[in-house]
Write a new protein. Sequence first.
Length: 75
Amino acid sequence: MPSQKPRINIVLDDFLYQNVRLLAEKDNISLSAKVRDLLKEALEIQEDIALSGFAEERKKSWDDSKALTHDDVWS
């Protein structure tokens, strides 16, 4: 039965294709599954980079004198 999931066609140069193929063989999974896993990992890395930038901006405006203590919050 054909998959109903969205598909993407991509064109790879030989070097990239061979590297993905070797990784897929090493993990004993299909090429499409390996590309899917690598794409998920890349998206997670991009999300981490964006959240890190957000955290750095918030850190610049942090003021210890305005921070609540544990007791302030939980009492």
